[in-house]
Design a binder for this molecule. Structure first.
Ligand code: HEM
Length: 347
């Protein structure tokens, strides 16, 4: 009997001890499983953050809510009080999986098409042959503006492509160290010549805008695809293709300039997503210009006989002018472009 009373008393003592332990342990245990809400001090009672950590809301929902509820794209507005956006992940994905992987192919595809075209069709000759007589086409200052832009653009194109594609196009072949040296040198050069591009763009615009406004005569050029279908097509100083190139250079050039300035001076924008968007637009715009530039260089050199004279000497052969810019020829000389063309005498 005495033993039984002793045992019951011991059980009671143990029970009291356990209750006391539980009373002390509970707050400590509660602190050690801190809900994520504590980590960000969301104590303003708002429902924006992960305030329910007790188990009836999933982690995914908590974090989705924390960063805006749905994957944000580069342009979605940030909600007030929102701490995270997913735009950084999306930006990285666009840059790594699309721009780095595919964009670099565009200029190569254009080069391939031009090479094929040259093999099939060959250079576009002056059909009446050179007359030996020339007429002025571009002033010295217009030509200097053109070649200044060409030089700056080519430097920016080469350095920009190295920065963008060095890791996939240089590192695997020349090694990481060579890529690192080339990329950092390119970065310096690109940052230096970037602002000069803006100056070159303004100068090019001033020198070439006259004569580059679209006119009715351009509609015929479009329908005949510049003479590929339906025979000869008339044009003034610049044809539809040249005008499109001019406006593409100016408009895409403005986009590249603005986004370039934002990247050079990131403090200009408050929202980091303008910076992310700038890198994407800058790369797409630049690669588009570089690709079309190959077409421009092709027509200006081996693709069309007599073209390069205008930019090198400032003068073109009369027969070239009659064939490609008949209305401009008539305007400048006051003569009819359909008069039989004289051929250069070769002795
Ligand atoms: C480096 C190679 C280049 C060559 C061989 C070249 C050649 C030429 C030639 C021959 C013309 C005169 C066409 C005519 O008389 O109708 C011309 C015009 C022009 N080029 Fe270039 N060019 C080059 C680079 C560039 C670059 C890099 C740009 C700009 C990014 C550019 C923009 C222009 C513009 C805006 C015109 C005037 C056409 C118009 O206003 O419609 N060129 N080029």
């Amino acid at each position: 009997m005495q033993n039984l009373t002793h045992t019951i008393r011991n059980f009671l003592r143990l029970g009291v001890l356990m209750l006391l332990l539980a009373a002390f342990a509970a707050p400590v245990a509660a602190q050690s499983v801190r809900p994520p809400g504590n980590a960000v001090n969301l104590d303003d009672g708002s429902q924006e953050g992960p305030s329910n950590a007790l188990g009836d809301v999933s982690d995914t929902e908590i974090w989705d809510n924390f960063r805006g509820g749905k994957p944000a794209d580069l342009l979605a507005p940030v909600r007030e009080g929102q701490l995270m956006t997913t735009s950084g992940q999306i930006w990285r994905e666009i840059r790594e999986n699309y721009i780095r992987k595919y964009l670099g192919w565009a200029p190569l595809i254009v080069i391939g098409i031009l090479a094929l075209f040259y093999l099939i069709r060959g250079p576009m000759k002056i059909s009446a042959g050179r007359s030996g007589k020339t007429i002025p086409r571009f002033t010295l200052s217009a030509r200097v503006a053109h070649w200044f832009m060409a030089g700056v653009f080519i430097i920016l194109g080469l350095t920009g492509l190295t920065i963008l594609l060095g890791r996939v196009a240089i590192a695997p072949y020349l090694g990481l160290e060579a890529n690192s040296v080339l990329t950092s040198a390119s970065m310096q050069g690109h940052n230096l010549f970037g602002p000069i591009f803006i100056f070159a763009l303004i100068w090019l615009f001033i020198k070439f805008v006259r004569g580059n406004f679209f006119q009715w005569v351009d509609i015929k050029w479009i329908f005949k695809l510049g003479g590929f279908f339906g025979g000869h097509v008339s044009s003034r100083q610049f044809n539809f293709g040249e005008k499109s190139w001019f406006w593409m250079v100016i408009l895409v050039g403005i986009v590249i300039s603005v986004t370039g300035v934002i990247m050079l001076f990131p403090g200009l924008v408050e929202d980091v997503r303008w910076l992310q968007l700038s890198t994407v637009l800058h790369a797409i715009g630049a690669v588009a210009l570089i690709s079309v530039l190959f077409g421009h260089i092709y027509v200006g050199t081996i693709g069309m006989e007599g073209s390069i004279d205008s930019m090198l000497k400032g003068e073109v052969d009369e027969n070239w002018a009659k064939e490609h810019h008949d209305l401009w020829y008539e305007e400048v000389t006051g003569k009819s472009a359909s008069e039989p063309a004289a051929k250069e005498e070769t002795t």
